[in-house]
Design a protein around this ligand. Structure first.
Ligand SMILES: [Cu+2]
Length: 353
Protein backbone atom coordinates (compact mmCIF):
# COMPACT_ATOMS: atom_id res chain seq x y z
CA UNK A 1 0.00 0.00 0.00
CA UNK A 2 1.40 3.43 -0.84
CA UNK A 3 1.51 6.08 1.86
CA UNK A 4 -1.21 8.03 0.06
CA UNK A 5 -3.44 4.99 -0.12
CA UNK A 6 -2.79 4.16 3.50
CA UNK A 7 -3.63 7.71 4.50
CA UNK A 8 -6.82 7.72 2.49
CA UNK A 9 -7.80 4.42 4.03
CA UNK A 10 -7.10 5.77 7.49
CA UNK A 11 -9.24 8.82 6.82
CA UNK A 12 -12.27 7.01 5.56
CA UNK A 13 -12.01 4.12 7.99
CA UNK A 14 -10.75 5.98 11.00
CA UNK A 15 -12.39 9.33 11.30
CA UNK A 16 -15.84 8.53 10.07
CA UNK A 17 -16.86 6.44 13.01
CA UNK A 18 -14.74 3.44 11.95
CA UNK A 19 -17.67 2.18 9.97
CA UNK A 20 -15.71 1.66 6.87
CA UNK A 21 -14.07 1.89 3.94
CA UNK A 22 -15.22 2.89 0.50
CA UNK A 23 -11.76 3.30 -0.94
CA UNK A 24 -9.73 1.06 1.27
CA UNK A 25 -6.92 -1.03 -0.13
CA UNK A 26 -7.76 -4.75 -0.41
CA UNK A 27 -6.28 -5.97 2.90
CA UNK A 28 -8.29 -3.39 4.81
CA UNK A 29 -11.38 -3.81 2.68
CA UNK A 30 -11.30 -7.51 3.36
CA UNK A 31 -11.67 -6.78 7.04
CA UNK A 32 -14.57 -4.45 6.50
CA UNK A 33 -17.73 -5.62 8.17
CA UNK A 34 -19.82 -2.74 7.01
CA UNK A 35 -19.53 -0.25 4.17
CA UNK A 36 -20.21 3.40 4.83
CA UNK A 37 -23.03 4.29 2.42
CA UNK A 38 -22.43 6.83 -0.29
CA UNK A 39 -24.82 9.41 -1.68
CA UNK A 40 -24.82 12.48 -3.86
CA UNK A 41 -24.66 15.72 -1.90
CA UNK A 42 -27.80 17.78 -1.64
CA UNK A 43 -27.10 20.98 -3.57
CA UNK A 44 -29.09 24.12 -4.34
CA UNK A 45 -28.34 27.51 -5.81
CA UNK A 46 -29.15 30.74 -3.98
CA UNK A 47 -31.58 31.65 -2.58
CA UNK A 48 -32.74 28.02 -2.42
CA UNK A 49 -31.54 25.60 0.25
CA UNK A 50 -31.48 21.80 -0.11
CA UNK A 51 -33.97 19.92 2.10
CA UNK A 52 -32.98 18.82 5.60
CA UNK A 53 -31.12 15.54 6.01
CA UNK A 54 -33.34 12.90 7.55
CA UNK A 55 -30.88 10.01 7.91
CA UNK A 56 -29.35 9.54 11.35
CA UNK A 57 -26.20 7.70 10.32
CA UNK A 58 -23.07 8.97 8.59
CA UNK A 59 -22.48 8.67 4.88
CA UNK A 60 -19.92 9.55 2.26
CA UNK A 61 -21.37 12.61 0.55
CA UNK A 62 -20.16 13.18 -3.00
CA UNK A 63 -19.99 16.62 -4.56
CA UNK A 64 -18.46 17.87 -7.79
CA UNK A 65 -17.25 21.45 -7.94
CA UNK A 66 -16.29 22.61 -11.41
CA UNK A 67 -14.56 25.94 -12.01
CA UNK A 68 -15.34 28.08 -15.03
CA UNK A 69 -15.69 31.72 -16.04
CA UNK A 70 -19.00 33.26 -17.01
CA UNK A 71 -19.89 36.75 -18.20
CA UNK A 72 -23.28 38.01 -17.05
CA UNK A 73 -24.95 41.13 -15.64
CA UNK A 74 -23.68 42.35 -12.30
CA UNK A 75 -25.93 45.40 -12.43
CA UNK A 76 -28.55 46.58 -14.88
CA UNK A 77 -26.89 47.02 -18.27
CA UNK A 78 -23.42 46.24 -16.94
CA UNK A 79 -21.66 42.89 -17.25
CA UNK A 80 -18.79 41.26 -15.40
CA UNK A 81 -16.76 38.14 -16.04
CA UNK A 82 -17.22 36.04 -12.91
CA UNK A 83 -15.02 33.16 -11.85
CA UNK A 84 -17.46 30.50 -10.67
CA UNK A 85 -18.07 27.16 -9.04
CA UNK A 86 -20.60 25.21 -11.12
CA UNK A 87 -21.36 28.25 -13.24
CA UNK A 88 -22.97 30.36 -10.54
CA UNK A 89 -22.08 33.02 -7.96
CA UNK A 90 -22.35 32.08 -5.21
CA UNK A 91 -21.56 28.43 -5.81
CA UNK A 92 -23.96 25.70 -4.69
CA UNK A 93 -25.14 25.34 -1.12
CA UNK A 94 -23.92 21.93 0.05
CA UNK A 95 -25.84 20.13 2.80
CA UNK A 96 -24.18 17.39 4.84
CA UNK A 97 -24.20 16.05 8.39
CA UNK A 98 -21.74 15.96 11.28
CA UNK A 99 -19.77 12.73 10.99
CA UNK A 100 -20.12 12.48 7.22
CA UNK A 101 -17.14 12.25 4.90
CA UNK A 102 -17.19 14.77 2.09
CA UNK A 103 -15.99 13.21 -1.15
CA UNK A 104 -15.13 16.16 -3.34
CA UNK A 105 -14.41 15.95 -7.04
CA UNK A 106 -12.72 19.15 -8.18
CA UNK A 107 -12.66 19.81 -11.92
CA UNK A 108 -11.64 22.73 -14.08
CA UNK A 109 -13.40 23.92 -17.24
CA UNK A 110 -11.74 27.33 -17.21
CA UNK A 111 -10.30 27.88 -20.69
CA UNK A 112 -8.06 30.69 -19.46
CA UNK A 113 -5.67 28.09 -18.06
CA UNK A 114 -5.93 29.33 -14.49
CA UNK A 115 -5.61 26.72 -11.76
CA UNK A 116 -8.36 26.50 -9.14
CA UNK A 117 -9.01 24.56 -5.95
CA UNK A 118 -11.29 24.56 -2.89
CA UNK A 119 -10.64 25.63 0.70
CA UNK A 120 -13.55 24.38 2.81
CA UNK A 121 -13.76 26.11 6.18
CA UNK A 122 -15.64 22.97 7.27
CA UNK A 123 -12.55 20.81 6.72
CA UNK A 124 -9.84 20.05 9.27
CA UNK A 125 -6.41 19.89 7.62
CA UNK A 126 -3.93 22.00 5.67
CA UNK A 127 -5.53 24.57 3.41
CA UNK A 128 -9.00 23.26 4.21
CA UNK A 129 -8.37 20.93 1.28
CA UNK A 130 -6.87 23.49 -1.07
CA UNK A 131 -3.46 21.86 -1.09
CA UNK A 132 -4.82 18.59 -2.47
CA UNK A 133 -7.46 19.90 -4.87
CA UNK A 134 -5.61 22.22 -7.25
CA UNK A 135 -6.55 21.49 -10.86
CA UNK A 136 -5.88 23.02 -14.24
CA UNK A 137 -8.16 22.78 -17.24
CA UNK A 138 -9.32 19.24 -17.93
CA UNK A 139 -7.97 17.79 -14.68
CA UNK A 140 -9.92 16.19 -11.85
CA UNK A 141 -8.80 15.59 -8.29
CA UNK A 142 -10.69 13.65 -5.64
CA UNK A 143 -10.29 13.99 -1.89
CA UNK A 144 -12.12 12.83 1.22
CA UNK A 145 -12.61 15.01 4.28
CA UNK A 146 -14.23 14.10 7.59
CA UNK A 147 -16.79 16.69 8.70
CA UNK A 148 -15.97 16.82 12.39
CA UNK A 149 -17.79 20.01 13.41
CA UNK A 150 -21.38 21.02 12.79
CA UNK A 151 -21.88 24.55 11.52
CA UNK A 152 -22.42 26.72 8.47
CA UNK A 153 -19.15 27.27 6.66
CA UNK A 154 -17.80 29.27 3.75
CA UNK A 155 -15.86 27.51 1.02
CA UNK A 156 -13.78 29.35 -1.54
CA UNK A 157 -11.08 28.94 -4.12
CA UNK A 158 -7.60 29.49 -2.71
CA UNK A 159 -5.45 29.28 -5.83
CA UNK A 160 -2.93 32.10 -6.01
CA UNK A 161 -3.51 34.96 -5.83
CA UNK A 162 -6.23 33.83 -3.45
CA UNK A 163 -7.72 37.30 -3.06
CA UNK A 164 -8.37 37.54 -6.80
CA UNK A 165 -10.12 34.16 -6.90
CA UNK A 166 -12.40 35.14 -4.01
CA UNK A 167 -12.99 38.66 -5.31
CA UNK A 168 -14.14 37.31 -8.66
CA UNK A 169 -16.82 35.04 -7.23
CA UNK A 170 -15.39 31.65 -6.25
CA UNK A 171 -17.23 30.91 -3.00
CA UNK A 172 -20.29 29.29 -1.48
CA UNK A 173 -21.64 27.76 1.74
CA UNK A 174 -21.64 24.25 3.17
CA UNK A 175 -23.98 23.36 6.04
CA UNK A 176 -22.87 20.57 8.34
CA UNK A 177 -26.00 19.72 10.27
CA UNK A 178 -25.64 18.59 13.89
CA UNK A 179 -26.19 14.84 14.32
CA UNK A 180 -29.67 15.49 15.71
CA UNK A 181 -30.52 17.91 12.90
CA UNK A 182 -31.90 21.43 13.24
CA UNK A 183 -35.39 22.42 14.42
CA UNK A 184 -37.99 22.35 11.67
CA UNK A 185 -38.89 25.71 10.11
CA UNK A 186 -41.26 26.70 7.30
CA UNK A 187 -38.81 28.51 4.99
CA UNK A 188 -35.05 28.34 4.54
CA UNK A 189 -33.04 30.76 2.42
CA UNK A 190 -29.40 30.98 1.25
CA UNK A 191 -28.00 34.51 1.21
CA UNK A 192 -24.32 35.28 0.75
CA UNK A 193 -22.81 38.76 0.88
CA UNK A 194 -19.69 39.72 -1.04
CA UNK A 195 -18.09 42.72 -2.67
CA UNK A 196 -16.70 43.38 -6.15
CA UNK A 197 -13.81 45.63 -7.10
CA UNK A 198 -13.73 47.09 -10.59
CA UNK A 199 -11.99 49.67 -12.74
CA UNK A 200 -13.88 52.69 -14.00
CA UNK A 201 -16.05 52.15 -17.05
CA UNK A 202 -14.79 53.75 -20.25
CA UNK A 203 -17.36 55.63 -22.30
CA UNK A 204 -19.49 53.30 -24.39
CA UNK A 205 -18.22 50.18 -22.58
CA UNK A 206 -20.60 48.05 -20.51
CA UNK A 207 -18.18 45.31 -19.40
CA UNK A 208 -16.57 46.01 -16.03
CA UNK A 209 -13.03 44.80 -15.40
CA UNK A 210 -11.63 43.54 -12.08
CA UNK A 211 -9.35 45.91 -10.15
CA UNK A 212 -6.85 44.25 -7.83
CA UNK A 213 -5.76 47.75 -6.78
CA UNK A 214 -9.24 48.68 -5.53
CA UNK A 215 -9.27 45.38 -3.67
CA UNK A 216 -6.06 46.33 -1.89
CA UNK A 217 -7.59 49.71 -1.05
CA UNK A 218 -10.77 47.96 0.15
CA UNK A 219 -12.82 50.24 -2.06
CA UNK A 220 -15.58 48.13 -3.67
CA UNK A 221 -17.86 49.30 -6.44
CA UNK A 222 -20.49 46.73 -5.41
CA UNK A 223 -21.50 45.12 -2.12
CA UNK A 224 -24.16 42.57 -3.00
CA UNK A 225 -26.25 39.63 -1.87
CA UNK A 226 -26.03 36.50 -4.00
CA UNK A 227 -23.60 37.79 -6.59
CA UNK A 228 -25.30 40.69 -8.28
CA UNK A 229 -27.19 43.90 -7.63
CA UNK A 230 -30.93 43.20 -7.30
CA UNK A 231 -30.71 39.42 -6.85
CA UNK A 232 -33.26 39.60 -3.99
CA UNK A 233 -35.51 42.35 -5.39
CA UNK A 234 -38.32 42.27 -7.95
CA UNK A 235 -38.93 38.69 -9.04
CA UNK A 236 -36.01 37.58 -6.87
CA UNK A 237 -37.56 38.74 -3.58
CA UNK A 238 -37.87 36.10 -0.88
CA UNK A 239 -41.44 35.06 -0.05
CA UNK A 240 -43.20 33.93 3.13
CA UNK A 241 -46.61 33.96 4.80
CA UNK A 242 -47.63 35.29 8.17
CA UNK A 243 -47.37 32.69 10.89
CA UNK A 244 -44.37 31.03 9.29
CA UNK A 245 -40.92 30.67 10.73
CA UNK A 246 -38.01 31.73 8.50
CA UNK A 247 -34.39 30.63 8.72
CA UNK A 248 -31.68 32.45 6.76
CA UNK A 249 -28.30 30.86 6.20
CA UNK A 250 -26.20 33.97 5.76
CA UNK A 251 -22.56 33.93 4.71
CA UNK A 252 -20.03 36.65 4.09
CA UNK A 253 -17.38 35.83 1.49
CA UNK A 254 -15.83 39.28 1.81
CA UNK A 255 -13.12 39.40 0.63
CA UNK A 256 -12.64 42.47 2.84
CA UNK A 257 -15.73 43.80 4.58
CA UNK A 258 -17.47 42.75 7.77
CA UNK A 259 -21.25 42.60 7.45
CA UNK A 260 -23.71 44.08 9.95
CA UNK A 261 -26.58 41.86 8.90
CA UNK A 262 -30.03 43.24 9.71
CA UNK A 263 -33.60 42.73 8.50
CA UNK A 264 -35.53 46.00 8.70
CA UNK A 265 -38.80 45.47 10.58
CA UNK A 266 -37.81 42.19 12.19
CA UNK A 267 -36.00 41.05 15.29
CA UNK A 268 -34.12 37.78 15.08
CA UNK A 269 -35.77 35.37 17.51
CA UNK A 270 -32.61 33.25 17.36
CA UNK A 271 -29.09 33.95 16.16
CA UNK A 272 -26.63 31.12 15.92
CA UNK A 273 -23.76 33.55 16.30
CA UNK A 274 -20.92 32.98 13.86
CA UNK A 275 -22.93 29.94 12.75
CA UNK A 276 -22.20 28.12 16.00
CA UNK A 277 -24.74 25.28 15.88
CA UNK A 278 -23.46 23.69 19.10
CA UNK A 279 -24.05 26.38 21.74
CA UNK A 280 -27.50 27.71 22.65
CA UNK A 281 -28.38 30.47 20.17
CA UNK A 282 -28.65 34.12 21.17
CA UNK A 283 -32.18 35.57 21.37
CA UNK A 284 -33.93 38.79 20.35
CA UNK A 285 -31.11 40.28 18.29
CA UNK A 286 -31.47 43.28 15.99
CA UNK A 287 -28.20 43.14 14.00
CA UNK A 288 -25.50 40.53 13.95
CA UNK A 289 -21.88 40.81 12.87
CA UNK A 290 -20.66 38.41 10.22
CA UNK A 291 -16.92 38.46 9.56
CA UNK A 292 -15.34 38.08 6.16
CA UNK A 293 -15.00 34.35 5.67
CA UNK A 294 -17.72 33.69 8.22
CA UNK A 295 -21.43 32.99 8.49
CA UNK A 296 -24.46 33.14 10.71
CA UNK A 297 -27.83 31.42 10.95
CA UNK A 298 -30.85 33.49 11.98
CA UNK A 299 -34.46 32.51 12.65
CA UNK A 300 -37.57 34.59 13.09
CA UNK A 301 -41.34 34.29 12.93
CA UNK A 302 -43.09 36.61 10.49
CA UNK A 303 -46.24 37.92 12.16
CA UNK A 304 -47.13 41.08 10.22
CA UNK A 305 -47.63 41.19 6.42
CA UNK A 306 -45.53 43.53 4.31
CA UNK A 307 -42.06 43.96 2.89
CA UNK A 308 -38.99 43.42 5.05
CA UNK A 309 -35.60 44.60 3.89
CA UNK A 310 -32.35 42.67 4.21
CA UNK A 311 -29.39 45.01 4.54
CA UNK A 312 -25.85 45.34 5.69
CA UNK A 313 -26.55 48.05 8.26
CA UNK A 314 -23.32 49.79 7.29
CA UNK A 315 -26.06 51.53 5.44
CA UNK A 316 -24.26 53.37 2.62
CA UNK A 317 -23.64 49.89 1.21
CA UNK A 318 -27.31 49.80 0.22
CA UNK A 319 -26.31 52.12 -2.62
CA UNK A 320 -23.69 49.57 -3.63
CA UNK A 321 -26.25 46.77 -3.83
CA UNK A 322 -26.48 45.34 -0.30
CA UNK A 323 -30.28 45.24 -0.18
CA UNK A 324 -32.93 42.58 -0.68
CA UNK A 325 -36.57 42.01 0.20
CA UNK A 326 -38.63 39.45 2.05
CA UNK A 327 -42.28 39.80 1.07
CA UNK A 328 -44.74 38.47 3.63
CA UNK A 329 -48.37 37.86 2.74
CA UNK A 330 -51.20 37.47 5.21
CA UNK A 331 -53.91 39.14 7.22
CA UNK A 332 -53.13 42.37 9.09
CA UNK A 333 -52.12 42.05 12.72
CA UNK A 334 -53.51 45.19 14.33
CA UNK A 335 -52.68 43.78 17.71
CA UNK A 336 -49.00 44.16 16.79
CA UNK A 337 -48.79 46.96 14.19
CA UNK A 338 -51.46 49.61 13.63
CA UNK A 339 -51.59 53.27 12.67
CA UNK A 340 -54.05 56.13 12.42
CA UNK A 341 -53.06 56.82 8.79
CA UNK A 342 -52.17 54.71 5.79
CA UNK A 343 -48.49 53.92 5.26
CA UNK A 344 -46.51 56.29 3.07
CA UNK A 345 -43.94 54.76 0.75
CA UNK A 346 -40.64 56.36 -0.12
CA UNK A 347 -40.01 55.64 -3.81
CA UNK A 348 -36.33 55.45 -4.59
CA UNK A 349 -35.15 55.08 -1.00
CA UNK A 350 -34.67 51.32 -1.48
CA UNK A 351 -35.06 50.42 2.19
CA UNK A 352 -38.85 51.00 2.35
CA UNK A 353 -40.16 50.02 -1.08
CU1 LIG B 1 -9.98 29.82 -8.46
Amino acid sequence: MTSATAGRTALICGTVGALLCLVAAPPVRAKAKKMLPGEEARLAFAPEVPPPITRRKPAIVRVTLDSSVKTTEINTGVTYTYWTFNGRVPGPFIRAREGDALEVHVTNSDQSGMPHNVDFHAVTGPGGGATVTTVTQGEERVAWFALLHPGLYVYHCAAPPVMDHIANGMYGLILVEPKRGLPKVDREFYVLQSEFYTKELSEGVTQLEFSHEHGVQEHPRFVVFNGQVGSLTGDGALKAKTGERVRIYFGNAGPNLISSFHVIGEIFDLVYREADLVSPPARSIQTTLVPAGGATVVEFDVEVPGTYTLVDHAIFRVEKGAVGYLQVEGEPRHDIYVSQDDPVGCPGCMVHP
